[in-house]
Design a protein around this ligand. Sequence first.
Ligand SMILES: Cc1ncc(COP(=O)(O)O)c(C=O)c1O
Length: 303
Amino acid sequence: MSEFYFMNGKFVEAEKAFIPVRTHAFLYGTAVFEGIRAYWNDEEKQLYVFRAKEHYERLIRSAKIMYMETPYNVEEYCDITKKLMAKNNYKQDAYMRPTLYKSAQKVGPGLFDNEDSFMIISNKMGDYIDTSKGLKVCVSSWRRNSDNAIPPRAKVAGSYANAALIKTDAHNAGFDDAIVLDEAGQVTEGSAMNLFLVQNGKLVTSTKTDNILVGVTRNTIIEIAKDLGIETEERAIDRTELYISDEAFYCGTGAQVSPITSIDNRTLGDGKVGPISKELQKLYFDIVKGKVAKYKHWCMPVY
Ligand SMILES: Cc1ncc(COP(=O)(O)O)c(C=O)c1O
């Protein structure tokens, strides 16, 4: 069966979903998007979309920065998402990418006289990447684009040229990913995920004004850690703090909770995935599948 996407107000078969080559978003990266996951709960025979509301709230904030008109409100976006998941009849984990984009057939970077279009593409998600082994990462020689250049607070397609360089050079140097500093040399996040350190039993993460994308997963981690009695310090982080932390992990819709065991060839702790990373990871995987009553309001049922 062919997969369906949502495009210009309609569900269309994936093979028939095209955009014209002169589309502004293709020529200039002028699209804002979200990555959202849906998790299959086999006991309940239910598919749960994780924190759809928070993702669409961020899409609307990104749109505002980029002079885009949102065609729907949060409730309507969630409703379309549910319908798309159901139409695709997913009975396993899935991923979707809602994208609001400048769709004028126009050369020239201006966002004016430039209509907006909306689409969601989706696909089944295979098994998780191995999140148990611990990632080996480096500090990138690239810098994160700053709030006054291409604001990381907005999830803008064009800004992922920065993430692409960071990820590719880390890969070519034999690392799993990289940690990125901003122009002032402070730690921001990973190529396309947020970063947490563990120091003396506390979590440490960059602040919302440290040139990061303010992640939905980041907020989830801060909240569930608090409920476990683990405090989070949101503050500026120096590069060398990375090397002396007890534990570190990435988090994000794509990365989920991915422990890091070495940074720039310095082993963290004893080189194994640390206990706090492990505890948060386990709880996170239960929460996203709708298995934890306290957080079930974050999981939108499809069926
Ligand atoms: C640059 C960047 N930072 C952080 C994140 C994490 O955000 P979220 O948890 O909302 O997926 C993402 C996306 O996954 C990202 O692309």
